[in-house]
Design a protein around this ligand. Structure first.
Ligand code: HEC
Ligand code: HEC
Ligand code: HEC
Ligand code: HEC
Ligand code: HEC
Ligand code: HEC
Ligand code: HEC
Length: 330
């Protein structure tokens, strides 16, 4: 009898971890992007004539009048990182596709400074190939946004989409946290750098920490949501709304996000939720990706609850076993 008792105990104890591990989906950390092959531009060599100066902190030229070599520092705003350029959306371009070919002389001719630059719509407007991006609708949104009035001061789409580094992110994001970081850095480029801000406005410096004082745990929030979640008008037909509203129209109500029908489902989580719906897992997004309070699933809590459940079951089984044994022993 005693040996049967130990056998049952042993079986239960050893099968529990197995059941545990099959009940929990031990998720492997997000497989990093596998495409490690670096892009080789057909213009790589031609671009080097520019990168040899614009790719470093220092550049050299020869002063033909004095017959000397001069070394000087490149101002940081004019440094373009090769690695970033060759992973950007416009990596297949030559520098002189967008800039005058006359830039190959140094010093650069002064009048080039006045050179008119292409804007996004010049190339992408009315092009079916890019219809999924809705450039025209984005442009219309932008024209209603609070930044548009700064166009006279030099604000353009390029101010948020750096011509040399911009790459689409949320559309093919594998890591939402990184995308949030990328998107927020776009805004913080000016909103946490007063010298850039000053180029466009005479307003006093805005202290972001202070103006967002009402939001508890700002750091956690800024890591989990994008600025545009609160500062743009939702737009059903766009993946990324471009209508930045004046500050008094910004989202301040906690339950706009902290509820089951969180607005994040149609903004931050829109792409994932579209994908998941296609796969037939509409709820997957609520259960796995989003941290919508109330619908949150925490892996550690999950494990703990299974362990507790297992132990309680075990205790009950042992208890029943002894009850039965005592009954038969009588
Ligand atoms: C010998 C070094 C050198 C080379 C080579 C060089 N540049 Fe420059 N470039 C500079 C320096 C220094 C400045 C900042 C001073 C100025 O504007 O002239 C500058 C400024 C610029 C500017 C900004 C002008 C403005 O509006 O302020 C652009 C655009 C530019 N370069 C493009 C290019 C392109 C495109 C190439 C390659 C075809 C190139 N440069 C090659 C040194 C160089
Ligand atoms: C897709 C078009 C495009 C390509 C390709 C491009 N540029 Fe630019 N570049 C621009 C635009 C637009 C601006 C002005 C940005 C602004 O107004 O904020 C600019 C500005 C610059 C400036 C001035 C500093 C700055 O960032 O405002 C330099 C220097 C420069 N480009 C060099 C280069 C070099 C070198 C290459 C090639 C590696 C290159 N560009 C490729 C569009 C382009
Ligand atoms: C000089 C023409 C030109 C300008 C100006 C231009 N683009 Fe592009 N863009 C292109 C071309 C061509 C491609 C395709 C490049 C490739 O496939 O290698 C492209 C690619 C893209 C892509 C990636 C599309 C995809 O399917 O991966 C996006 C997004 C994009 N551009 C956005 C912009 C934005 C935003 C602006 C303005 C801030 C802009 N572009 C300005 C010509 C341009
Ligand atoms: C105030 C900043 C800002 C301005 C101005 C801006 N954008 Fe954007 N744009 C963003 C951000 C942030 C994203 C999200 C980037 C990501 O994660 O892919 C984005 C994304 C995009 C995308 C990709 C959307 C998609 O469906 O994947 C396109 C295309 C685009 N912008 C075009 C434009 C054009 C055209 C203009 C000018 C008319 C413009 N943007 C002006 C901030 C801006
Ligand atoms: C959770 C929502 C939320 C997020 C996220 C958020 N903001 Fe705000 N923001 C607001 C609200 C609400 C106000 C208006 C505050 C007030 O007037 O009391 C505001 C105000 C502002 C102002 C105007 C301040 C002034 O005094 O004129 C700026 C600029 C701003 N936010 C930029 C940002 C940037 C940049 C980010 C991303 C790093 C961001 N916000 C993230 C909700 C948010
Ligand atoms: C190139 C610089 C630049 C970038 C990038 C930028 N902003 Fe701004 N933004 C400004 C300036 C300058 C103002 C002040 C406008 C004024 O004078 O009223 C401003 C104003 C604002 C305001 C306050 C409007 C009000 O009612 O007072 C908000 C909100 C805002 N920006 C949000 C954003 C968000 C969100 C992003 C990123 C998607 C962003 N900004 C990117 C320069 C920038
Ligand atoms: C734009 C959407 C949005 C708004 C508005 C918002 N939150 Fe959040 N909040 C989030 C997200 C997403 C997280 C998830 C943070 C995480 O788990 O990493 C979060 C996390 C939190 C947390 C946990 C912070 C931590 O340390 O993990 C608290 C507390 C919180 N929010 C309270 C509030 C309160 C109170 C308000 C209103 C004053 C508010 N939130 C407004 C989206 C929002």
């Amino acid at each position: 009898m005693n040996s049967l008792y130990t056998r049952i105990l042993v079986i239960i104890c050893f099968s529990l971890p197995v059941q545990l591990s099959s009940a929990i989906n031990w998720s492997t950390p997000n497989a990093q992007e596998t495409d490690t092959g670096t892009y080789v531009s057909p213009f790589a060599e031609a671009n080097e004539t520019c990168f040899k100066c614009h790719g470093h902190e220092k550049y050299e030229y020869s002063n033909d009048l004095l017959g000397t070599k001069v070394r000087a520092l490149m101002c940081s705003e004019r440094i373009i990182k090769r690695e970033e350029f060759y992973i950007s959306n416009h990596k297949s371009f030559a520098c002189i596709d967008c800039h005058s070919a006359e830039y190959d002389t140094f010093p650069h001719p002064g009048e080039l400074r006045m050179e008119l630059k292409y804007n996004c719509l010049d190339c992408h407007g009315g092009d079916d190939m890019y219809s999924s991006f809705n450039f025209e609708k984005i442009d219309a949104d932008y024209r209603k946004s609070t930044h548009f009035k700064l166009e006279e001061e030099g604000f353009t789409c390029w101010k948020c989409h750096d011509p040399h580094t911009y790459r689409i992110n949320i559309r093919n994001s594998k890591n939402l946290k990184e995308t949030i970081l990328y998107d927020n850095a776009i805004c913080l480029n000016c909103h946490s750098d007063f010298s850039r801000f000053q180029l466009l406005s005479d307003r006093d410096e805005i202290n972001l920490m202070e103006t967002h004082n009402w939001l508890p745990d700002q750091t956690a929030h800024f890591r989990s949501v994008r600025c545009i979640e609160c500062h743009t008008q939702l737009n059903d037909s766009l993946l990324v709304s471009h209508l930045v509203l004046p500050k008094d129209k910004a989202v301040k109500l906690c339950n706009e996000c902290h509820s089951k029908n969180s607005m994040l489902m149609v903004s931050l989580y829109k792409y994932q939720s579209m994908e998941q719906r296609r796969d037939g897992f509409l709820n997957g997004i609520i259960l796995n990706e989003s941290y919508v309070i109330g619908a949150n699933r925490n892996a550690y809590l999950g494990i703990a609850s299974i362990v507790i459940f297992g132990m309680v079951t075990l205790a009950i089984l042992v208890h029943i076993f002894f009850r039965i044994r005592r009954k038969y022993n009588k």
